[in-house]
Write a protein that binds this ligand. Structure first.
Ligand SMILES: C[S@@+](CC[C@H](N)C(=O)[O-])C[C@H]1O[C@@H](n2cnc3c(N)ncnc32)[C@H](O)[C@@H]1O
Length: 319
């Protein structure tokens, strides 16, 4: 067999690799977030079934003062995958009461970055410089700007850590730790385990907003890679994988079909019922977080838990 031609476009390369491997087809979840995907994610955060964002916001509103009081001064704030940054207001307002604060949102979605700058641009004593970058690339740039006496507080909210497989999540936190210095901090949001029925409702809402968010990945491939996916012939599916303690999002082919992706120089066949696995959302037990943190070189100094929607915000200090 001829090897597949080399492609310059990273998106095209990753789409072809994920859809042409034998076995389970996959697509990287970060491609869910173009301008349409980021707008749909904002809508998901408002859905009654999806309590995660509101739980995170309640904790930050109630505890931002005590969390920031535990940090050394002066501190700069880097937020990985900020989205609209709405919840971050509580942290920035608490910090701005004691110091001028530089805030660096790091995002791959340009439209999310624009939303974030608009959302938080009015806070006194806070200056915002956004980085349209991958998480760790952006953090490295922030670390390079650090002045000698400054500490860094990294925010990784909304349980985005749950998108990584468990071991990959520890590797990610270790890589993040290696860009920091002892005494720097990471505020890590983690969604806690809950009943399967509640999780299915959260990731497969009645209105179909999460379905649209998931299907937009194929629509994006059509738009950007000149492909011909028939969106009506794929169904959104949320599956609870109890053993792995995660929700998986899939796009299930409704029939035997073929899609052509011109910019990836690929033709992909689907059989009826076959799925593309697009995202994982791992869930955590509050007690396991200090152990995960320790494996990555952090000490968990504070944990705030929302009881309405079990969710933990964890303050980790780099050792
Ligand atoms: C689950 S959303 C969370 C948004 C926000 N932090 C919240 O808690 O609501 C994940 C965000 O991370 C961004 N993102 C995903 N993968 C990324 C990557 N590899 N590097 C930088 N940003 C990424 C997405 O664009 C999206 O805005």
């Amino acid at each position: 067999m001829m090897p597949a031609p080399a492609l310059d476009n990273e998106f095209a390369r990753e789409v072809r690799a994920g859809l042409s491997t034998a076995g389970q087809k996959t697509l990287p979840c970060r491609y869910l977030y173009d301008n349409v995907g980021s707008a749909l994610f904002e809508a998901i955060a408002c859905l009654p079934e999806y309590g995660l964002t509101r739980a995170d916001a309640r904790i930050l509103e109630a505890h931002a003062g005590e969390i920031t009081a535990l940090l050394p001064s002066p501190v700069v704030v880097a937020e990985l995958g900020s989205g609209s940054g709405r919840k971050t207001r509580w942290i920035l307002e608490a910090l701005s009461r004691r110091q001028r604060t530089s805030y660096y949102p790091v995002e791959i979605s340009r439209s999310a970055l624009v939303m974030c700058e608009r959302e938080l641009g009015d806070i006194d004593s806070v200056s915002i410089v956004g980085f349209e970058r991958e998480y760790l690339d952006g953090l490295l740039e922030v670390a390079a700007l650090r002045r000698e006496n400054q500490h860094i507080m990294v925010l990784f909210l909304g349980s985005t850590i749950g998108n990584f497989n468990r071991e990959a999540g520890i590797d990610f936190l270790s890589a993040l730790r290696s860009t920091l210095q002892p005494g720097d901090s990471l505020l890590l949001g983690t969604d806690l385990e809950k009943p399967a029925a509640q999780l299915i409702r959260a990731y497969d809402d009645e209105l179909g907003v999460t379905a649209a968010f998931n299907l937009n990945l194929l629509a994006r491939i059509n738009r950007e890679l000149d492909a011909d996916f028939d969106l009506n012939q794929f169904a959104h599916e949320a599956r609870v994988n109890r053993e792995e303690r995660r929700v998986e999002m899939h796009l299930r082919s409704r029939r035997n079909q073929r899609a052509r992706i011109a910019a990836a120089e690929a033709v992909i066949d689907f059989s009826a019922g076959e799925s593309i696995w697009t995202e994982s959302c791992h869930k955590f037990a509050a007690e396991e977080i200090p152990f995960l943190a320790a494996r990555a070189g952090f000490r968990c100094t504070q944990q705030c838990i929302d009881t309405q929607w079990p969710f933990a915000e964890n303050l980790l200090i780099a050792e």
